[in-house]
Write a protein that binds this ligand. Sequence first.
Ligand SMILES: NC(=O)c1ccc[n+]([C@@H]2O[C@H](COP(=O)([O-])OP(=O)(O)OC[C@H]3O[C@@H](n4cnc5c(N)ncnc54)[C@H](O)[C@@H]3O)[C@@H](O)[C@H]2O)c1
Length: 406
Amino acid sequence: MTGPAPLRLGVVGAGGFATFLTGALRDLPEVTVTVVADPDTDRAARLSGILAARPVPDWRALVTADDVDVVVVATPPAGHAETTLAALRAGRHVFCEKPLAITADEAVAIRDAVAATGRVLVVDHVLRYNPVLRALARLRDRRFAVPPGSDPLLGPVRRLAFENDASDEDLGPEHWFWDERVSGGIFVEHGVHFFDAADALVGATPESVQGILGHRTGADLVDLAVATTRYPDGAVATFAHGFSHAHRCERQLMRIDFGTAEARVTGWIPVHATLDLWTDDAGAALVEHLPARAADLLAVEGHRLRDAAVTVTVHRHAGPADARERGRPRQLPHHCRITLDLGGEAAKPYVYAESVRAAMHDLVRCVRTGDRPAAGVTEGATAVTVAAAAARSAREGRTVHLGRSA
Ligand SMILES: NC(=O)c1ccc[n+]([C@@H]2O[C@H](COP(=O)([O-])OP(=O)(O)OC[C@H]3O[C@@H](n4cnc5c(N)ncnc54)[C@H](O)[C@@H]3O)[C@@H](O)[C@H]2O)c1
């Protein structure tokens, strides 16, 4: 018996990330690339040659082509909205590289077009498809509580801090990344990944944001962007992105305060996390069972785990049972450490590619079932709205309050 025919992809933009992305889809039999568009005809010819696809110079011909079901938008950010809107209006599904758009107005127009056309749109927010972050969200979820009905292992997020000492080694002064009119600026071009990941971990969207920017000495160039968001239940997240490091000096750390637990996640593509927590008898029993439930804990549909491991240590009666936090009495006698590992730093390219593969798998699944994707237009539009508000806050030197839909 044969399955449904693969969805046919038309890829707009044949640059660095389109090459990585299409490589990640090589053994996803649910899709096949038929057309590649890039005004740089050498690039279009090179990538279409690798993929045995048809090169075209103009994306407008691609979005209406008979052999394209899904338009993959992989151009610099300023072009995303126009291409995405044209593709939706031509009845195509869209897989859009992040950011969904560079302004909140564009993002809202895309959200309206998705609603009007009923097409599926996935934004390539790869962190939504990362097994480590998915596991942390699950541990905050009651489904992983033992016995059912008891407290989740991780309480609500109180504070999240993402420190991103990123590299500018491949970003020469002429690169479009530095031109806010093309990239949208650091908050929009890069920050959307992390605003969105924080929303997934907190389980809510921010109500306000403050931004601040740092300029490179002697140059009219912003290479440091710091933002703080506040969520309706009082949780606060801080994001710092500094594009000023050699590759070898890149460092990323996400620290999450869950009250009775602290998570430290390393890598901007997370490949490792350590959780230190204090818990009660039910929590300690749950932790002891996590290695046996590792596949469920780390599962992301379409992401094939390789060399993944969950290890735990449980130190029962490591302290007195009685404790108080926020005025609430707690029983917290046991100290536990959990590590989630996807194969260490060496696994980063694999985990990255599998996250892209899982995002595309999600699009195919939603086309076939009518479900909502994990990183759909709502998540993409919210991240752009928050990022654009952070940039406005930095410009105007004031807190920006976001509406309920942000
Ligand atoms: N999801 C991720 O983790 C991730 C990582 C890196 C980059 N990206 C995103 O991927 C996108 C592309 O980035 P990149 O690094 O590949 O850039 P790039 O500069 O390497 O490639 C962009 C390509 O788009 C082409 N292009 C420009 N305008 C076009 C148009 N109108 N029609 C067709 N082609 C056009 C250019 O000629 C170039 O070949 C950006 O939105 C970037 O933010 C996402």
